[in-house]
Write a protein of this length. Structure first.
Length: 302
């Protein structure tokens, strides 16, 4: 993830990647050599002192996010945190409280908001005042997560660690605040299976979240209005269907999403704009915590 962020930020005009810190110094040194990064620091404090950077990217394991965030908040740079912003909802709220106390500008790398597919759908929906029905289809596999060697604590909070990729789309496409969340097939941590919940927004939009745990299913998102239906499946690919038609029309992927990890190049540009105090679509920590709260409401552990 650090490598992908470095590649994206280096491509933004006027941006220089000036330093790196990792708890395993050898890995930081390897990336520094690969990308010509001048400073390899031994702490967050040293990283800030030697670089005087305007923006720092946090790409750490969820179990370390709170401690590293607290260290980053000691300094006045803009912070871009990898998602999720914490191990679970309680962790995210603690990080949020610390950021508010320090009055820090904190962004969260919800990169799927910056996919070309997502951007196309958002631009089209902006011209359509009709009510929306959003269906977010999730799939998670705890055995696969455990096989990657992740800590048990992280696997136990996998709905925050990984489902955020799909759940966030409910808030991206649903207008207004979440009014209610009604699980019709609730989460059972003793026997993970199918999870189903309906979401109502105060705008009148409605959402449906379905997740298949430990079984086959796609990641997909659809937005239906009376005149048009959009579908992201895979998420990087947008297609639409007009009322009265049966066929879908596909939108081609953008060059950036082919050259970089999808969403990362536009995400980096918006983070730079936020760090410079310019208008930006970068999701804030508060927005990301709101998505964590939605996850907690769906899974009954908020």
């Amino acid at each position: 993830m650090a490598r992908e962020h470095i590649r994206a930020f280096r491509d933004v005009p006027g941006v220089a990647v000036v330093g790196i810190y990792n708890r395993t110094r050898a890995r930081a040194e390897a990336l520094a050599v690969e990308y010509g990064i001048p400073v390899v620091a031994d702490s967050v404090a040293e990283l800030c002192e030697r670089t005087r950077a305007d923006l720092v990217v946090m790409a750490v394991l969820e179990t370390a996010a709170n401690a590293v965030a607290q260290s980053c908040f000691e300094f006045p740079w803009t912070v871009l945190m990898e998602k999720p912003p914490g191990l679970n909802l309680a962790d995210a709220r603690a990080i949020q409280s610390a950021a508010r106390r320090r009055q820090r500008r904190v962004l969260v790398a919800l990169n799927r908001r910056f996919l070309a597919s997502t951007q196309v759908v958002l631009a089209d929906l902006a011209t359509n005042p009709e009510p929306r029905f959003i269906h977010a289809q999730d799939q998670e596999d705890l055995k696969s997560a455990a096989s990657f060697g992740y800590p048990k604590e992280l696997v136990a909070n996998w709905m925050y660690a990984n489902s955020i990729h799909v759940v966030d789309y409910l808030r991206v496409f649903g207008r207004g605040a979440v009014r209610s969340v009604s699980p019709s097939r609730p989460w059972d941590g003793r026997s993970p299976g199918v999870v189903v919940a309906t979401i109502e927004f105060d705008s009148g939009d409605h959402g449906l979240y379905t997740a298949v745990w430990n079984g086959p299913a796609p990641w997909s998102v659809s937005v239906s209005t009376p005149a048009k239906r959009w579908e992201l499946r895979p998420l990087e690919q947008a297609a639409f269907q007009l009322q009265g038609e049966r066929r879908q029309q596909t939108i081609e992927m953008s060059g950036w999403d082919q050259q970089f990890k999808p969403g990362f190049r536009l995400q980096a540009e918006n983070a730079v704009r936020a760090a410079r105090g310019l208008s930006s679509d970068s999701p804030t920590l508060d927005e990301a915590v709101a998505t964590m709260e939605l996850i907690g409401a769906i899974y009954g552990n908020g």
